[in-house]
Design a protein around this ligand. Structure first.
Ligand code: IMP
Ligand code: MG
Length: 190
C-alpha cells in the first residue's frame, strides 16, 4: 500500500517498499530519546560516537535534541559475516579522532541485528578508559539476536526480523536518504 510519505517522495515510489515509520513518528521518538539523554547526562562529559555510515542521519537528529554540551566522533567498522551470520569479528576501518579516556560515551547505531558488531565495538572502546559506555540505536531487531548480553540503553523502536531501509539504513548502499523507514518486501530486488 502506498503511504502519504511515499507519495511525497517520488524518487522512492516503489512497490517493493512499505513504510514502517514515518518521518514524523521518527522525529517524535528521537526527541524523546534526546530528552532522556539530556536528563541522564547532565553535568557529564558526553561524547556521541557514530558508527558509520548508517548512524549518520539518526545521530544528526539525536544530537540536536540533546540540550547539553557534547562532542561527536565517528568510527567505521566492518563486521565479518559468514554468509548471512555475523561472526563477531570487527575490523576498524576508521578510528576515533580524539581519545575517550574519562569521557561518558554513547555509541550511536542505526540498527542492532545480531548485536555482535556492537558487542565487540564496546569491548574495544571499553579498553580505552572511558568513564562509561552506553548504546543508542534507532532500531533493534531482538528476534535474531545471538545471545551476547548486549545491553541497549536507548532504543528508538523494536522491529520484527525484516530488512529495512531509509533514515540512514541502506540496501547495497542505496536508500540512506529516504526520510522515513521502510520494509523491503523483496531484498533480492532492492
Ligand atoms: P549486527 O548487529 O552485528 O548483526 O550488525 C548490525 C549491522 O547490520 C547494522 O549496523 C547494519 O549495517 C546491518 N543491518 C542489519 N539489519 C539491517 C537492515 O534491516 N537494513 C539495513 N542494514 C541492516
Ligand atoms: Mg551499520
Amino acid at each position: 500500500m502506498e503511504t502519504q510519505s511515499a507519495k511525497n517522495s517520488s524518487e522512492f515510489v516503489n512497490s517493493n517498499l512499505e513504510e514502517m515509520y514515518s518521518d514524523e513518528q521518527i522525529k517524535r521518538r528521537v526527541a524523546q530519546l534526546g530528552a532522556q539523554i539530556t536528563t541522564d547526562y547532565a553535568g557529564k562529559d558526553l561524547v556521541l560516537i557514530g558508527v558509520l555510515k548508517g548512524s549518520c542521519v539518526f545521530m544528526a537528529d539525536l544530537m540536536r535534541e540533546i540540550d547539553l554540551h557534547l562532542t561527536i566522533d565517528f568510527m567505521a567498522v566492518s563486521s565479518y559475516k559468514d554468509g548471512m551470520v555475523s561472526t563477531g569479528d570487527v575490523e576498524i576501518l576508521k578510528d576515533l579522532t580524539n581519545p575517550i579516556r574519562g569521557k561518558d560515551v554513547i555509541v550511536c547505531e542505526d540498527i542492532v541485528d545480531t548485536g555482535l558488531t556492537l558487542f565487540r565495538l564496546t569491548e574495544i572502546l571499553g579498553s580505552r578508559g572511558a568513564n562509561s559506555i552506553k548504546i543508542a540505536t534507532l532500531l533493534d531487531k531482538p528476534e535474531p539476536r545471538i545471545k551476547k548480553e548486549l545491553k541497549i540503553d536507548y532504543c528508538g523502536f523494536q522491529i520484527p526480523n525484516e530488512f529495512v531501509v531509509g533514515y540512514g539504513l541502506d540496501a547495497a548502499g542505496r536508500y540512506r536518504n529516504l526520510p522515513f523507514i521502510a520494509v523491503v518486501k523483496n531484498p533480492a530486488i532492492a
